[in-house]
Design a binder for this molecule. Structure first.
Ligand code: CP
Ligand code: NVA
Length: 337
């Protein structure tokens, strides 16, 4: 059974490990077909709306390319370009768009996506909210699986370091609990996700193999890790004033040579959802690094980023294949190639 068909994709806990494994299988299949120039367009005459209330490179482009690859059409609705919530209620907008489109991607506020999904009669895909980033985690799981195709997720140790109470931290906890990862969340206590979601995910993982451990201790968290994953310390929509406190509290949780040494695993792989502040080639990077006297990178040093960029950019490419699998599964009862 295809659990995604005609369903909203708002958070991972709405699905089971069987469902997510199905999605990973389909992602691998569509990736292989595209690479071999064997793509079959199954979404001809479908229309997709992309509502972005926050900026995006990977997610927007992955939705667009996935749709084009499959023969579907997209309408991009950028920040401030619709009446949503200003001149027209979320309810009315959802009802109108549902009559025109077969599926709607939304990036922005979690309350808004919940409201949209309440009134939309077509699937709503969460392309990132302040609370969750579920499509990202599907790409991350695919990347981990591609690196260790023979390993079960419960035999993979993954440490997530840095700001763990953001959208990636929350979705990572959910993914870990469903798939039974050996997951360490490594950050100061005040950056842990809220108790409710930790308890919920720890209860789910009890029924699976794997474990979820939250710790402030870096060495314990990253020792023998197969993967270390991080994300920016100040997320989209958060005030720039947060940088000072975040740098002070998170600087020891930066992925750098010292942290890699603590893993005791010379083969450790690094993941990052991107965008990353690893050098001063961006406006924010330049400004913040200079202001706080940092030499190389924020959440990850430039040296480590460069060394591991092949994995990180493969992870970014996997956004396309996994998003394609999500769209296909939501819009077609059976995906027959
Ligand atoms: N990782 C991610 O969601 O990237 P974008 O913000 O560029 O979409
Ligand atoms: N936590 C980050 C993720 C970016 C993909 C943000 O919300 O900005």
């Amino acid at each position: 059974m295809n659990a995604f068909y005609k369903r909203h994709f708002l958070r991972l806990l709405d699905f089971t490990s069987y469902d997510l494994n199905q999605l990973l299988r389909l992602s691998k299949k569509v990736k292989e077909m595209k690479k071999n120039n064997q793509e079959i367009k199954l979404l001809k005459n479908k229309n997709i709306a992309l509502i972005f209330e926050k900026e995006s490179t990977r997610t927007r482009c992955s939705f667009e390319v996935a749709a084009f690859d499959q023969g579907a059409h997209v309408t991009y609705l950028g920040p401030g370009s619709t009446h949503l919530g200003t001149k027209e209620s979320i309810e009315d907008t959802a009802k109108v768009l549902s009559r025109l489109y077969d599926g709607i991607q939304y990036r922005g506020n979690h309350k808004t996506i919940k409201n949209l999904s309440k009134y939309s009669t077509v699937p709503i895909w969460n392309g990132l909210t302040d609370k969750f980033h579920p499509t990202q985690l599907i790409a991350d799981l695919l990347t981990m699986h591609e690196i260790f195709p023979k390993k079960k997720f419960s035999d993979i140790k993954c440490a997530y370091v840095g700001d763990a109470r953001n959208n990636i931290g929350n979705s990572f906890l959910e993914a870990a609990s469903i798939m039974g990862l050996n997951f360490y969340l490594v950050s100061p206590k005040e950056f842990w996700p809220n108790k409710e979601i930790i308890t919920l995910c720890q209860n789910i993982i009890k029924k699976n193999k794997g474990s979820i451990i939250c710790t402030e201790k870096i060495q314990e968290g990253v020792k023998n890790a197969d993967f270390i994953y991080t994300d920016v310390w100040v997320s989209m929509g958060e005030p720039q004033e947060y940088w000072e406190k975040r740098i002070k509290l998170l600087k020891n949780y930066q992925i750098n040579k010292a942290m890699i040494d603590m893993t005791n695993n010379p083969e450790v792989k690094i993941l990052h959802c991107l965008p990353a502040l690893h050098d001063n080639k961006t406006d924010i990077g330049k400004k913040i690094l200079k202001k706080y006297g940092l030499k190389s990178g924020m959440e990850i040093t430039h040296e480590i980023f460069e060394k591991h960029e092949k994995t990180i950019f493969e992870q970014a490419e996997n956004r396309l294949h996994t998003i394609k699998a999500i769209i296909l599964s939501s819009l077609l009862e059976k995906v027959n190639f």
